[in-house]
Design a protein around this ligand. Structure first.
Ligand code: MRU
Length: 354
């Protein structure tokens, strides 16, 4: 389908992952990047749930925002019979799409609360669309605030290099990005030398999305194999490792893309700062520690094949958890739009999020 012209606002916050048109949602198919920019138009919650499950759209905040739009679509296209049952079923279907990023459940809870106050389908159509747009806009605002908070904490005077993992940019959020938003801001302030981007096996969010997104916006990026991170940190060229999060628990443990934990161990060993950047919608104070976070395991084909081409024996046994948990003790600072938690622990998390 043809692409709607990009607005000035969108240009200033990076590439966009989704567009809302009231009666339909467009998602940029991230499975096809960087080769093809293809947009998928959705008019129902089932299609949105499928897109989340199949990684058309991914990244914790973007998943939550898409799900919120999915609920708004369910209202908009409800049959008119038992519309309440239809919307409830849509919420259940969206909630079952992916288990780890808490932003999904946070957004659905907000939509459910709004839905509970609606007395007619007409009212639900209007109110649910309004809240979904609000969730989207608030995420963008949170990203901009987090970039301010992170830069204030870093107090840098001279340009330096950073290393990042997975994709945490405009493609993974409502715009601008979490960890990549901080990197974007460092670049805007001329404080960024280079970004080392882990390729992020097995789905390759780093090479396919982060390298593409940064290149699109003219931000310097050097792609590296995940296994090269140790030597890059050992060489002393990186001041901060900056990553996003899919769920942060009450003690400051952080679930993020598989491989984040090993990076945190490396950063501590090499005395490099380790920063986690995430909006408060990623914080789950109901879970005591990272041990309680459900970790998604995806199909073995993600490791046995790349885009349909075999790179392992067809029957090879595979273990494919797509997130890991970094213990709070390895994290120097968690940055949110509400403020920062240095050397996170239960007390620090409670003081910001109780
Ligand atoms: O499997 P994905 O691509 O949805 O995983 C994404 C990540 O792990 C990101 O680092 C995280 O969601 C933060 S995005 C702002």
């Amino acid at each position: 389908m043809s692409r709607t012209p990009v607005s000035a606002r969108e240009r200033s916050v990076g590439t966009v992952a989704m567009r809302w048109h009231g009666g339909s949602l467009e998602l940029l198919d991230q499975r096809l990047l960087p080769d093809e920019e293809h947009w998928i138009t959705l008019e129902g919650a089932s299609g949105v749930a499928q897109c989340i499950r199949e990684m058309v759209v991914r990244g914790a905040p973007a998943i939550g925002i898409s799900a919120a739009y999915g609920v708004a679509l369910a209202a908009r296209h409800a049959g008119g019979g038992d519309w309440k049952a239809e919307i409830k079923q849509a919420i259940r279907e969206l909630a079952a799409s992916r288990p780890t990023a808490v932003n999904l459940f946070w957004a659905l809870q907000k939509m459910e609360q709004e839905f509970a106050g609606c007395h007619s389908l007409d009212e639900a159509v209007k109110r649910l669309a309004k809240v979904a747009v609000q969730i989207h806009e608030e995420d963008l605002a949170a990203n901009l605030a987090m970039a301010d908070n992170a830069l204030a904490h870093m107090a840098a005077e001279k340009p330096f290099s950073v290393l990042t993992h997975c994709n945490t940019g405009a493609l993974a959020t409502g715009g601008y990005g979490t960890a990549l938003g901080v990197i974007r801001r460092l670049h805007e302030k001329k404080l960024l030398k280079d970004v080392f981007a882990d390729e992020t096996r097995p789905w390759l969010q780093g090479s396919r999305l982060t390298a593409w997104e940064l290149a699109q916006d003219g931000i310097p990026v050097t792609l590296n194999a995940d296994g090269a991170a140790a030597s890059i940190l050992a060489a002393g060229n990186v001041r901060w490792v900056i990553v996003g999060a899919d769920r942060i628990t009450a003690n400051g443990d952080v679930a993020n893309k598989i491989g984040t934990y090993s990076l945190a161990v490396l950063a501590r060993h090499h005395k490099v700062g380790f920063m986690v950047v995430a909006p408060s919608s990623t914080v789950d104070m109901a879970l005591a520690s990272g041990k309680d976070i459900p970790i998604e395991e995806r199909e073995g084909t993600e490791l046995r094949q790349i885009r349909g081409v075999s790179i392992a024996p067809a029957g090879a046994k595979v273990f494919n958890p797509v997130f890991d948990v970094t213990p709070a003790s390895l994290i120097d600072v968690i940055v949110t739009e509400k403020g920062i938690v240095s050397t996170p622990n239960v007390t620090g998390m409670k003081s910001l999020f109780s």
